[in-house]
Design a protein around this ligand. Structure first.
Ligand SMILES: Nc1ncnc2c1ncn2[C@@H]1O[C@H](COP(=O)(O)OP(=O)(O)OP(=O)(O)O)[C@@H](O)[C@H]1O
Length: 350
């Protein structure tokens, strides 16, 4: 007959598969109970990241070890370690661990940019926010995960392709931002008709096989809506945060609220809302609210978050020498609004 002390000793020597520390060191043994009459052991274990292949491996190992020690049957439940514990280990992570985006020890701040529907300017906002973070001295990566409607390479005026060396994909660097887009891997702009699981796999590959190097921020331009890809991101990167883009019309905000509600449901912090196409400013400085008014503020209140900024209607001044059609210059009034939003994001996360 196995007793609680023995169970704790056995579990205590096994390692958390992500933190590479024993469960004793991580305080990962949450609960042990034994039903003596049936010789049944049930344990609750906390690890850095649940619902992963690594969890399954650990589960098998626990069953094997406890049965070896005399248990007839074993029941296991897993939960995630509290954020404070993860923070403590993140502080001690080695370089490889802190740079691996999928590791719970990663120090890369991941921000997914979402919208309730297409065409609200999510990609425009993503590229300008990425460039603005870089202008503020941050090392930034951008994934164009809008797999159906990738537009980031065109918006940033990217003409090169990523390089592949030793099975690693090296992103294209543009305006200080490392960029990967589905567009790089599709010939002749062919439409993509993949569904759910395939999309998740592509994203996973962007996290795993792309050599992001040393980055502080990774922005993800998500497909519009509340679809599978957003869920995949939340699942793969539990610490990811979200920014929701909406237009000012109250009904647009209503649709966007669904995207935000999902983030809230899955315990993902919504960093804030950006209202795009907020107004048209005439040469005399008068504002015309072409698409309505107040949607961004309303959405922010609904999601109990902040309105990070409002972007007016307009186009960047095109620079023919360094053509990046959707990117505003730093000293353009809208470029300054993006810088201000980027600063707010930094203040929230650092
Ligand atoms: N503030 C703005 N003023 C004027 N045009 C804008 C503004 N923001 C975006 N646009 C334009 O609106 C169109 C849609 O923008 P964008 O592709 O960024 O949206 P999206 O939400 O990412 O769309 P989708 O998700 O469907 O790809 C583009 O032609 C873009 O140039």
């Amino acid at each position: 007959m196995i007793n609680e002390q023995q169970v704790r000793e056995i579990l205590g020597q096994l390692q958390d598969p992500f933190l590479h520390r024993t469960l004793e060191e991580t305080n990962g043994i949450v609960n042990v109970s034994i039903k003596e009459e049936k010789n049944h052991v049930s344990v609750k274990v906390a690890i850095a990241k649940t619902n992963t292949p690594e969890q399954l491996q650990l589960q098998m190992k626990i069953v094997e070890k406890l049965k070896e020690a005399g248990a007839s049957t074993v029941g296991i439940r897993f939960e995630e370690l509290p954020t404070e514990v993860l923070e403590r280990f993140r502080g001690k992570a080695n370089e490889a661990e802190s740079r691996d985006i999928l590791s719970p020890l990663s120090t890369v701040k991941v921000i997914a940019i979402a919208s309730g529907k297409g065409g609200v300017g999510k990609s425009t906002v993503s590229v300008n926010l990425a460039v603005s973070l870089a202008r503020l001295g941050k090392k930034v990566g951008l994934i164009d995960a809008d797999i159906y409607g990738f537009s980031v390479p065109d918006m940033m005026g990217i003409e090169e392709m990523p390089t592949v060396k030793n099975d690693r994909i090296y992103p294209v660097e543009r305006k200080g931002v490392k960029v990967i887009s589905m567009g790089f891997f599709v010939e002749n702009n062919a439409p993509i008709i993949w569904r759910g699981p395939m999309l998740g796999k592509v994203l996973d590959q962007f996290f795993r096989d792309v050599e992001w190097g040393d980055i502080d921020y990774l922005l993800l331009d998500l497909p519009p809506g509340t679809g599978d890809v957003a869920l995949d991101v939340h699942q793969a990167l539990p610490t990811s945060k979200e920014i929701i883009v909406t237009t000012p019309h109250p009904t647009a905000a209503f649709v966007a609220a669904r995207a935000g509600a999902m983030a809230v449901q899955t315990n993902h912090e919504v960093l804030g809302v950006i209202e795009n196409m907020a107004w048209y400013e005439s040469k005399t400085g008068e504002r015309e609210y072409v698409f309505g008014k107040g949607g961004g503020q309303k959405l922010a209140e609904e999601l109990r978050t902040d309105l990070l900024g409002q972007i007016p209607l307009g186009q960047p001044d095109w620079d023919n020498e360094d053509f990046a059609p959707s990117i505003y210059e730093e000293n353009h009034p809208t470029g300054k609004i993006y810088l201000d939003i980027a600063q707010k994001v930094i203040n929230k996360l650092e």
